[in-house]
Design a binder for this molecule. Structure first.
Ligand SMILES: Cc1cc2nc3c(=O)[nH]c(=O)nc-3n(C[C@H](O)[C@H](O)[C@H](O)COP(=O)(O)OP(=O)(O)OC[C@H]3O[C@@H](n4cnc5c(N)ncnc54)[C@H](O)[C@@H]3O)c2cc1C
Length: 389
């Protein structure tokens, strides 16, 4: 008998949740992570991520989101941490923009609460915004933010409390799978288990080379500015999370001031036309002057009071699939290896439910929630010849 039922490779946003949900179901779990808990080298750092329900990307995400909210609240209770803050969310753009029309479609299909605001109403309720003519906003009451490092640490702590063995600063060098089980070799030793879950984040191209999933890794930047007149207009009681679908197809998005005057207000681009493809080894981790200037130009167009002192920034990576939908499912060659990657810049809000879904797939062979949109085989990836690393 193998020492472990399941090895989880990568304990970032997704892997920490997978380890927790497997341990919660009584599995003997080993989690392996190349860096320290809640590190800043992958995709799950920078304090906060947007969470929302009226999902413009595709209505199929909504049932997963509703379950994700329940699981985040359960984790908050179990960990004794406050991880969610829900001041509401404003999806801004022209009426026919993807951000507005897609959000409306999901809201109607799932009878989610929302209100449509015209430009005057947006500016009356949220005076920090100065938006171009023709802009409308879909306001959803249950949108807000998840604390990133807090969520990863809570999942890890609760997984360990339920018996998971979690090892850090132990990079995996290679893995193999046969019908007898899986073997994973790290810089320290080899481990055997019945099954393997790979949650590699931006290391997907390296760890899943043989699967040939067409993901690309992109450099992203998170920036914090000091509003010119102080943070009052940006406090969570008065300011929502938002995404603005600019006519330029840039999508700046941001957060209220959640950590006080000193910390300023965080803003980033969700999507933008120009991309900087990288790997975790080649990414330029500095925040450059051109990152700050591009963001300032956008800020001046819709949120001018945020055009104050630049406080700080950090870089992070998206792991993007061609259709921007996730990859969750069985490895095409190995029934005892499961993969969850390609979260395409919108995965964090789903970490809680991805752990639940993956644990169901590992233990029961399928998820209770519909994950056909995420089928790894949808890209026509051919059979693989060997285990990878
Ligand atoms: C700037 C930015 C803003 C974002 N904004 C949002 C948002 O507002 N809302 C939202 O929902 N989502 C957002 N996302 C997306 C979300 O953060 C990601 O989808 C999510 O964090 C991905 O988690 P992950 O577990 O796949 O990757 P990671 O958290 O990077 O985890 C992968 C882990 O695997 C480990 N690993 C890799 N290789 C090995 C190895 N060989 N051995 C051992 N360990 C290994 C890594 O060290 C890492 O810890 C954003 C992403 C970025 C970058």
């Amino acid at each position: 008998m193998n020492t472990y039922d399941v090895i989880v490779l990568g304990l970032g946003g997704m892997g920490s949740s997978v380890a927790y949900h497997l341990a919660r179901r009584g599995e003997r779990v080993l989690g392996l992570e190349r860096f320290t808990p809640a590190h800043d080298r992958g995709s799950s750092h920078g304090q906060t991520r947007v969470i929302r329900q009226c999902y413009f990307e595709h209505p199929s995400y909504v049932p997963l989101l509703l379950r994700a909210y329940d699981l985040w609240h359960e984790l908050e209770s179990e960990a004794g941490d406050k991880l969610l803050l829900l001041p509401g969310g404003l999806m801004l753009g022209a009426e026919d923009s993807e951000v507005v029309s897609g959000s409306l479609k999901s809201a109607r299909q799932y009878s989610l609460p929302y209100a449509m605001l015209d430009r005057g109403e947006i500016q009356r309720r949220f005076p920090a915004f100065e938006l171009p003519q023709g802009t409308v906003g879909l306001l959803e009451p249950f949108a807000g933010l998840v604390r990133t490092e807090g969520a990863v640490l809570a999942h890890l702590r609760c997984a360990a409390a339920r018996g998971a063995a979690l090892q850090f600063e132990e990079p995996v060098l290679s893995w193999t799978a046969t019908s007898a089980g899986v073997s994973v070799t790290t810089t320290r030793r080899s481990y055997q288990a019945d099954r393997l879950v790979i949650t590699p984040g931006p290391w997907a191209p390296e760890l899943l080379r043989d699967m040939d999933i067409p993901v690309s890794v992109e450099r992203q930047v998170l920036l914090w500015f000091q509003p010119k007149g102080g943070i009052d207009q940006f406090r969570p009681e008065r300011f929502p999370v938002y995404i603005w679908h600019e006519a330029t197809h840039r999508q700046p998005y941001g957060f209220p001031a959640v950590d006080g005057e000193e910390d300023g207000v965080k803003i980033a681009f969700f999507r933008k036309p120009e991309t900087e493809v990288c790997t975790p080894e080649t990414i330029d981790r500095r925040v450059r002057q051109d990152d700050i200037e591009t963001m300032r130009a956008s800020i001046r167009r819709f949120l001018p009071s945020l055009d104050g002192k630049f406080l700080r920034g950090t870089t992070c990576m998206y792991t993007v699939t061609p259709d921007l939908n996730f990859v969750i499912g069985e490895h095409p060659m190995y029934a005892n290896v499961l993969v969850a990657c390609g979260f395409s810049g919108h995965g964090f809000k789903f970490c809680s439910v991805v752990g639940d879904v993956v644990a169901d797939c590992v233990i029961q062979g399928q998820s209770r929630l519909d994950i056909t949109l995420f089928d790894p085989k949808r890209f026509g990836t051919g059979p693989v010849m060997k285990g990878g690393a």
